[in-house]
Design a protein around this ligand. Structure first.
Ligand code: FES
Ligand SMILES: [Fe+2]
Length: 349
């Protein structure tokens, strides 16, 4: 295990930027520039005329104002202040008041590798070659047998609090009615320098095997507890989980700074059990998939609200007195902290 000195408390630990981080959902980036922030770096996202997402430093080199407050003009981003334009390579391509003998300034903005995959914008800000590193991806996003839901998390805390919350299934206590499972019990942990896998056994409330299974969401009396494996994985820097064969859930991370974390929670319900459905034409299955997208959004928002209320207090308590130590009984948490530290060490920071 990599040891941090006393100043490098896990609650102020940096991130390894040599990974693909999720900085926006695809639907958030339309025709206007979008400002995002990944670990103290302010970046502007925009789509070119082909709809391909580009990422540049969000800073006009003329006077250091935000380019994201400007607009897109013919594949270039135009600063709101004096109208200088910058192309996708980050070069100044146009100054509206350039005199005859003047040349365009040779400033160059930092560009970032960025890609759109499975409903999200993934960005790479590290020094390693992004081509050699794969984004995690969400194979269920386009798969016709999965119904998706999504909610954003604006977490006013260091990312370590959020990932610990997601890896510690003993906090089902907090969620009560919202939770799809109960009585989690840790069975196995495995880890390496990239990930931590934890297997819990839990009692699931929902069984998705009948066409009316959805009604269990609204009528608690229809829910019957039955044992299912519950897995949670910290696939650094993101998180995924499965409950039996019916549910998959992801949390896609964008740590903003030491005290703010943005994330996307994406939930999938499987329709694998409905073999009759699979025989329907693809266009119809896609129509079903799209029209019920977001069915569990309310549920996700409820869970997030409860989690964030606790995490906010953890962060505040740390800021009030950073020397108080926690009493931890779940061994998965130590593994999560170890991975955060190992990844930071690997990044060379
Ligand atoms: S500050 Fe951007 S063009 Fe002047
Ligand atoms: Fe939770």
């Amino acid at each position: 295990m990599v040891q941090l000195d006393h100043k490098q408390n896990i609650r102020i630990c940096g991130i390894n930027l040599n990974h693909w981080y999720v900085v926006a959902s695809s639907s958030e980036v339309k025709n206007e520039p979008v400002a995002i922030e990944l670990w103290y770096e302010k970046i502007v996202l925009f789509r070119d005329s082909q709809g391909i997402v580009k990422a540049l430093d969000d800073r006009c080199p003329h006077r250091q104002v935000k380019l994201s407050e400007g607009k897109i003009v013919e594949n270039n981003i135009e600063c709101a202040y004096h109208g200088w334009r910058f192309n996708e390579q980050g070069e100044c391509s146009f100054v509206p008041y350039l005199q005859e003998k003047q040349k365009l300034p040779n400033c160059k903005l930092k560009t970032y590798p960025v890609q759109e995959l499975d409903g999200f914008i993934w960005l790479f800000s590290g020094e390693e070659d992004s081509e050699n590193i794969k984004p995690m991806g969400l194979p269920e996003w386009d798969h016709l047998n999965y119904i998706g839901s999504m909610a954003t998390i604006d977490c006013p805390a260091h990312f370590s609090y959020l990932i610990e919350n997601l890896m510690d299934m003993y906090h089902g206590h907090l969620h009560d009615n919202y939770q799809a499972w109960a009585q989690a019990s840790l069975k196995e942990i495995s880890n390496d320098s990239q990930s931590v896998d934890v297997l819990y056994e839990a009692q699931s409330y929902y069984r998705i095997d009948k066409i009316w299974s959805i009604s269990q969401l609204f009528f608690p009396a229809l829910r019957k507890l039955h044992p299912e494996p519950l897995t949670v994985t910290y696939d650094y820097p993101h998180w995924r989980s499965t409950l039996g064969k019916d549910f998959k859930i992801y949390c896609l991370f964008c740590p903003i700074n030491e005290t703010e974390t943005k994330a996307y929670l994406v939930h999938f319900t499987s329709l694998q059990a409905f073999w009759r459905l699979h025989k329907l034409p693809v266009w119809f299955r896609r129509l079903i998939k799209n029209s019920v997208f977001g069915a569990a959004n309310g549920l996700l928002k409820g869970l997030i609200e409860q989690d964030i209320a606790m995490i906010k207090q953890e962060q505040e308590a740390f800021e009030t007195n950073s020397s108080r130590r926690n009493y931890e009984l779940n061994p998965a948490i130590a593994k999560v902290q170890e991975l955060i530290q190992t990844q930071l060490y690997k990044s060379g920071k």
